[in-house]
Design a protein around this ligand. Structure first.
Ligand code: COA
Length: 153
């Protein structure tokens, strides 16, 4: 008999630091790095997506009053395009609602069309541009500011 393996979204802790760095290093062209992950795993709300006990995606959120910020989300390269990012972000924001989040804000590189499409499909709207926000090679890249009310539609 085939057993269907269900994905699981759960909290990440300091014990997952090396796995987070591994996923990020091989999957994100602009990695956050050890110091930021260490701080976020300790101080923010970090959630991972596991399938068959394998960590496939990681995300980090902060909460100030009723405002959630999506700080980071990374899906391991081999697991992209299969709905993992959508699943993790949807559950992550449901999780943040339980802590009082009523609105989510995020910044994304203007060149990151995959992430921007994911956010738009989940109901995020574009609020404006933050000029030269991200380092890029020798220069900078603009950030798109996006937001959505919770729960997502
Ligand atoms: C952005 C990211 C998290 C998306 O995760 P994912 O699991 O691949 O995305 P999903 O499979 O859940 O796809 C959700 C939507 O994104 C869009 N999308 C996914 N892959 C895409 C691709 N290769 N090209 C265009 N759009 C794509 C689609 O619209 C998709 O919706 P659909 O399935 O209804 O067509 C992932 O690409 C990633 O980790 N990127 C590197 C890190 C990063 O840029 N993080 C965002 C920081 S702001």
């Amino acid at each position: 008999m085939l057993t269907k393996i269900m994905p699981r979204v759960a909290m990440l802790g300091i014990q997952h630091l090396e796995q987070c760095l591994l996923i990020e290093t091989r999957s994100d062209p602009h990695p956050w790095g050890r110091v930021n992950w260490l701080r976020s795993l300790r101080d923010d709300h970090c959630l991972g997506y596991w399938q068959d006990n394998e960590l496939l995606a990681i995300s980090a959120y902060s909460l100030v009053l009723d405002e959630v910020s999506l700080l980071n989300i990374v899906v391991d390269t081999d697991s992209r395009g299969q709905g993992v990012g959508r699943h993790l972000l949807t559950e992550g924001l449901e999780w943040m609602q339980q802590f009082g989040g009523q609105r989510c804000l995020l910044e994304v590189r203007v060149s990151n069309t995959v992430a921007r499409t994911l956010y738009s499909k989940l109901g995020f709207v574009e609020d404006g541009i933050r000029k030269k926000y991200y380092p890029l090679g020798d220069g900078h890249e603009d950030a798109m500011l996006m937001s959505a009310d919770l729960p997502l539609m």
